[in-house]
Design a protein around this ligand. Sequence first.
Ligand code: AHR
Length: 853
Amino acid sequence: MRRRILAPAVVLGLVLFGVQSATAGHASPPAAATLIGHWTFDEGSGTTAADSSGSGHPLALQGGASWAKGVVGPSALAVSPQQDAASAVPVIDTSNSFTVSAWVDLANTIGYQTFVSEDGSQVSGFYLQLRADTGRFAFTRLGYDSTAAYGMIATSTIVPQPGVWYQLTGEYDARAQTMSLYVDGALQQTIHALAPWSATGPLAVGRGFFGGSPTDWVSGTIDDVRAYAGTLPAQQVRALAGTGSITVREDQAGPALNPTQLGAFLEEINHSGDGGVYAELVRNRDLKESSSSPVYWSAVQGGGASAGIALDSSQPLNSANPVSLKLTVGSLPAGGRAGIANDGYFGVPVTPGTMYHLSFYAKAGASFAGPLTASLESSTGRVWATATIPAVTTSWARYTATLTTARGIPATLDNRLVIATSSAAAAGASAWFTLVSLFPPTYGGTANGLRVDLMQKLAALHPGYLRIPGGNYLEGNTLSTYFNWKLAIGPIENRPGHLNSAWGYWSQDGMGLLEYLEMAEELGAQPILAVFAGYTLDHTVVPQGQLAPYVQDALDEIQYAIGPTTSTWGAQRAADGHPAPFDLHYVEVGNEDQFDISGSYNAYRFPMFYDAIKAAYPQLKIIATTSVTSRTPDVIDDHYYSNDPSVIAGDAHNYDSTSRTGPKHIVGEYAVTQGSPTGTLAGALGEAAFLTGLERDADVVIGASYAPLLVNVNAVSWPTNLIGYNGLVSYGSPSYYAQKMLGDSLGDHVAPSQIVGGNGNLWTVASTKAGNTTYLTVVNRSASPATVDVDLAGVAGVTGGTSTVLTGNPDAMNSIAHPAAISPATSRLGPAPASFRHTFPASSVTVLALTTG
Ligand code: AHR
């Protein structure tokens, strides 16, 4: 027969507190608490749940109790009526102060369901339960071990829902004579209570005990049950709920944030430059991608014409570009056409109302006089734009034309560029072409410039620096394939290009040193210029006696970047179109030289570069790519990659105890390599957690940049990247948005902050900006929301602000088809006191931008 324990207000009339404010504490100081039972239920199989508290009270699973996915750890206890788990003997002395907690996820909210109890002879010594009479959670005791005893019930204000995890904590304070119930760390009710009797039977999970019999079985899942002797401070109760408190010391200035705090790193990988941010639409314009055939080119034979194409080195344009594309026309009947076509980088993007700038070098054989028609055409032959080149001559000459598409046409990628003749005189004749180039409008209208949508995405990150040009790309596999900047400046026809041996494709070097530096400038970022340091990926080390020319190349390169226009290389920069020096402050010597196991980096390579650069440019700061003892670098570049988000998140504290008097650090490359071609939200959360640590340590960590930055989704050299694109559209990954959120919330100074609780799932950083703005970034890597008490120490309150949240399925990724599946949402916040409670969603990065008063 069902009995019911009467509500305490009726029996005792002594409800002490209702729901408390975030900062409310206990009526009296809590007694110290000792963990005396802790069942994680992470076994996932078998019939025993171990007690990890060390008290030696395992629970035996009974009646077919089983296992389910956990909310804390991998698994939990799954029960339904007649199923439970119980200890052999009592665990809790219920006559003294005690605390009991559990996570519960109900299959239904029908009837009484007791999650944790301890048997007396007639009734349980306590019930942490769902009550049928109120439909609410309760922490219930009876005054003595009898069904006739008076009841004391601390009740929840919330009404539980099935299928939701709740964390319940019940506390009996024998000294204060109170009982309290917390749900998800929030105090629900404290009541007067006196029950100085000790339960004598087993502790049970999944049922209660009444009238001398087990009862009140649970339908659902129970996880992470804990028992304490004594009561816990409210902060620790919140911590049990996977939540905690964050104290931000607004009244204390932490380290100043660096202008370089969040940057970007670009190298030629995944067709980041060619077929990426370098806006050129013609692929293999220099005809060097293959030495055996004119790949990405085809012959155009329309209307009964016949024609062939071939690589030809008999008609060199110059020594840098000796190979051309020879068009040989066979027959060319009236109405026909013969010519060449280029497929672009996985298609030629065509957009409405757009002007495309065509240029090419051509040389006509006898009787091949033109005119030529250039056109942008779909694969089905639809012509989007045309231009006429009236004539070509028998000497090499450069031709230009503009192709303009109509407004209202669709944006398409399945197109090609065609240059053809319909002149009957061309029949049986030949012509040669090279450096055929087609540029859409570029970012800022720069000649030989950059792709607009990608630059917009990068500019939106407000990178403090752009680390260029690599990476492995800088080093190359061999001494003939490293990034030799001197061969990648000046007019494009004078650039020979080189094999990007690090990533296995040809680099035409249209994106050369000037373009990298200009890109930094266009982004408002300072360049971090990495110079080749005499080591290649095949472990070739330039001997000490042969290194001087490479050191001189680096000095010349720096002079190109910042030397006066009266200097040799400064004058070259001016001749190349950029008289003003670039905003260079940091030079990096090499890349990942820890892989040079010969020890040459420390022995002589770094010292030779360091000494020469410091002598010529004492104002520059020099970055070493690994620890060195032979000199003291200004900065050391550390790289972090892991496919496990937890590993990267765990690195958030790596610089907490780094010497503040030694070199500073930059994280020139970091990423969670989970997901492809761009990463998952889980990866982004791990990275964001890492970045909170780097920001907090801004006095020693000057910056960080994700790597790699860009990926053409059709040409993936590296699994996980920040921004994906094809020729037409681009998208940011969750990592992109996380970085953007952290970058958008950099104040002037770090505000010291402390997080308590959160079960290791929460990461935070705060900063303040002149003008009363506080940025609070919180990363919640848990699968559950985290309710946190935020205390802004040193301010009167919050007058308003915004909350920007990135959240979703941790496995989710963005893509060309779903570019914003995971993207941040911003909402307005109203006024709040300096101490307020906030819930951070499961699997989320949140930035609170708060105006404080
Ligand atoms: O970011 C991809 C590569 O990773 C970089 O080229 C190299 O520096 C690192 O090993």
